[in-house]
Write a protein that binds this ligand. Structure first.
Ligand code: ATP
Length: 297
């Protein structure tokens, strides 16, 4: 049983004030792109995880792996022994702001649901996923969607055509809680008043019209100043991409991966080569979106 699952980039990430429970109300426009992890599930005596790929050492290969937690949760829900070997082939950058761990959790839910003939409805899998992490329901759904609440209450967003992206992968990750904490600190230091976040109509119109130029100028991420503060080299990466003709550029989620929008596939190729020559990233990846969520191969 093999499942392919995409990374996400947030086209809009608006962060509301800190709530009493320690979370923030978010408006997140998720967009699934063609950078995929692959997960396979096979019967085994115990729950076990193997991770392969360039960044395998950065990922826990035990019960802490988000895919293992997902498998355990599903097994508890349907009352079976979680006897499964999960093999994960990582291509999504680790701690890169592209929700790779959540993607693997979503893939494990889909794979184990099939392996154990559980037959849960998509809504039931999404509910289990939300208990593991706010980005898991989107990794199940894919395409492009607005996420409200902590990002887990999803509604699909219509998109015309395909958008072409270049991603600059950074050396080392950024911790998502640390970036949120830095965002709160910066806001407090500037005495900023923060209202309830709203979906950007300019952004959703650009998506519906397939208008890459408009989309490029509507991209927005409230976590970007915090990510730059914690990783000042990101400023140079973002500036270089604008100088090289990207239609838009932003930090992906909590970073440090940066996403650049290109006009076309050919433009993405040129942009990727130019960014690579500029030496502003550890590595460069090209991808397009939207793509479907976790899919059985
Ligand atoms: P997000 O965009 O949701 O904030 P991220 O992309 O920044 O997440 P992840 O790659 O999901 O970050 O991983 C964050 C941490 O979770 C890693 O440092 C790693 O230790 C842990 N982790 C647990 N399981 C996995 C997994 N299957 N893949 C990647 N990281 C995992």
């Amino acid at each position: 049983m093999s499942v392919r699952v995409p990374a996400k980039v947030n086209l809009q990430l608006s962060v509301g004030p800190l709530r009493d429970d320690g979370y923030h109300d978010l408006v997140s426009v998720f967009h699934a792109v063609s950078l995929f992890d692959e997960l396979s599930a096979e019967p085994n005596e115990e729950l076990a995880v193997r991770v392969e790929g360039a960044s395998a050492e950065e990922v826990p290969a035990d019960g802490d792996n988000l895919a293992a937690r997902a498998a355990r949760l599903l097994a508890e829900r349907i009352g079976v022994h979680p006897g499964v070997l999960l093999r994960i082939r990582k291509a999504i950058p680790v701690a890169g702001g592209m929700a790779g761990g959540s993607a693997d959790a979503a893939a494990a839910l889909v794979a184990c649901d099939r392996l154990w003939n559980a037959g849960l409805e998509p809504g039931e899998l999404a509910e289990l996923g939300a208990a593991i992490g706010s980005d898991v329901p989107f990794a199940l759904l894919g395409a492009t969607a607005v996420g409200l609440g902590r990002g887990e209450r999803l509604s699909p967003v219509p998109v015309k055509g395909r958008f072409h992206w270049v991603f600059a992968l950074a050396e080392g990750g950024l911790s998502t809680p640390a970036v949120y904490a830095e965002c709160d600190r910066l806001r407090a230091a500037h005495g900023e008043w923060i209202g309830a976040p709203q979906v950007s109509e300019r952004l959703t119109t650009a998506l519906a019209n397939g208008d890459a130029k408009e989309l490029g100028s509507a991209l927005a991420n409230d976590l970007q100043p915090a990510a730059i503060m914690l990783r000042p080299s990101l400023r140079r990466t973002l500036t270089a991409s604008r100088d090289l003709g990207a239609l838009g550029a932003l930090v992906s989620g909590s970073g440090p991966t940066c996403a650049f929008l290109a006009e076309s596939d050919a433009h993405a190729l040129d942009l990727a080569a130019a960014l690579s020559d500029a030496g502003v990233a550890r590595s460069i990846a090209r991808a397009y979106g939207p793509v479907p969520g976790a899919t059985v191969l």
